[in-house]
Ligand binder design. Structure first.
Ligand code: H79
Length: 421
């Protein structure tokens, strides 16, 4: 199997150079969709597919060069009998996550949803249930917006593999498969939050007919948000395994950084390099401080259960957010802070200083770039007052950490002036 490894970043860099054929793809989701998404700040990414049965990540077919005929036989082993939609959505809720994104089809081409497009799907496994449908129903019940991740490349589809030969365009036959699947995702499960494309970097947006695919989605789900990985910018940018840069030119651009808790998206049994909870909390704060959402991934085990190492970190993030969520949700970046291991967010006249790695019992003295007149300064998690006084570029404050979060201690400064940068 030959796969062009050109990274998606290059396809994106090329986007502004696209010709007139792509001009209409500038259509965007309605303001209300953009608004809830920007305010949500924290989502759960779920990578679950046939690859989970091998427990070596979602690229296993490519990395181990498993022939399609052998790979397709694996559907006989797919039976996540302990899958419980309520448990997954409840975990996201408890983590403070405000939306979810699940792989409906990853690069392997296995459909996790009921589809008429092929037999390589979940209804043809021993599991035999529409997992996407069950998750969507539970998300509706718990009022949790749900995105569908959708890979354009599809290693087990012969029509896709044909397109990998030199100078071979993507066939109409394969575009029609994609259209059928997108139509199913946009009609079978009620209202969805959006479509999260991936794996489009080996062909141009013209070849994928990206504009046509986006028009199809917009026609069926007018409120849907669409990411940038069909090779056209659409509604939001998706830096991967990095927070990316806050856009200088286009401040209205929506951004969502996707990241793993360990080093894999799909479940990988031997991957134990978990980020500590403190790092995950800091990544969330840095994302918000950079006007970016964080889409944090879990790869459930073949049984359908999310491993304990993920669960305990997500619950700890939820506990932190319970006390400090005001400094994350619905915030915008605050003014730049001079110190390392820190960031700032703001909402209205309140400036939130996020201090990382401040040990309990240790002192600090900082100058804070809050604008206007500060009326009150306090630890967000318990309201304890911070002394402060004016200096030339804002105010200065001093304190001893009295047991506040060492991962991210948020100090709130209430002022008489808009603090959003
Ligand atoms: O779904 C997740 C990844 O599988 C997908 N995007 C996220 C959200 C993704 N597809 N491609 N890439 C990310 C970048 C390509 C990385 C690769 Fe590799 C380097 C492919 C082959 C070499 C990563 C490292 C996979 C195998 C080794």
């Amino acid at each position: 199997m030959q796969i062009n490894r050109r990274r998606f970043g290059q396809a994106l860099a090329a986007a502004p150079l696209l010709g007139a054929a792509q001009a209409n793809a500038a259509t965007s989701a309605p303001a209300a969709s953009r608004s809830w998404f920007r305010d949500a700040r924290f989502g759960m990414f779920i990578h679950f597919g046939l690859y989970a049965t091998l427990q070596r990540g979602e690229w296993v077919m490519y990395q181990e060069q498993i022939p399609p005929a052998d790979y397709q036989k694996m559907i006989a082993n797919f039976n996540p009998s302990q899958f419980d939609a309520r448990a997954w959505v409840s975990l996201a809720k408890a983590a403070g996550q405000r939306y979810m994104t699940i792989t409906s089809k990853h690069h392997e081409g296995f459909c996790m949803f009921r589809t008429a497009s092929s037999n390589f799907g979940i209804m043809h496994t021993p599991f035999g249930r529409d997992l996407i449908g069950e998750l969507a129903a539970e998300c509706h019940r718990q009022e949790m917006p749900l995105f569908f991740y959708f890979s354009l490349m599809d290693w087990n589809n012969p029509a896709y593999r044909e397109s990998l030969k030199p100078k071979t365009p993507v066939s109409r036959e394969f575009i029609d498969v994609i259209r059928t699947q997108l139509r199913e995702l946009c009609t079978q499960y009620g209202k969805i939050a959006g479509i999260w494309f991936d794996g489009g970097w080996d062909h141009t947006p013209e070849q994928w007919h990206s504009e046509e695919l986006i028009a199809l989605i917009r026609g069926l789900q007018p409120d849907a948000l669409i990411n940038d990985r069909a090779g056209v910018p659409a509604d939001f940018s998706t830096p991967e395994q990095e927070l990316g840069q806050r856009p200088e030119k286009d401040k209205d651009r929506l951004r969502e950084a996707c990241m793993t808790i360990n080093d894999n998206w799909g479940y990988a049994r031997t991957d134990g390099r978990f980020k500590p909870t403190s790092e995950l909390i800091q990544l969330l704060a840095l994302a918000a401080g950079g006007d970016c959402n964080l889409l944090l991934n879990v790869g459930p085990q073949p049984t359908g259960v999310i491993q304990q190492a993920f669960v305990e970190r997500l619950l700890a993030m939820g506990a932190w957010l319970n006390k400090n969520g005001k400094a994350i949700y619905s915030t915008r970046p605050g003014a730049g802070v001079y110190y390392t291991a820190s960031t700032s967010t703001a909402r209205g006249n309140t400036f939130y200083l996020h201090l990382f790695n401040w040990p309990s019992g240790a002192g600090l003295r900082l100058e804070v770039p809050a604008k206007g007149k500060v009326q009150r300064a306090y630890a967000l998690e318990d309201g304890a007052e911070f002394p402060f006084g004016p200096v030339r570029d804002g105010i200065s404050t001093t304190a001893i950490n009295k047991g506040w979060s060492e991962s991210d201690c948020v100090i709130a400064f209430e002022t008489d002036t808009d603090q959003t940068a």
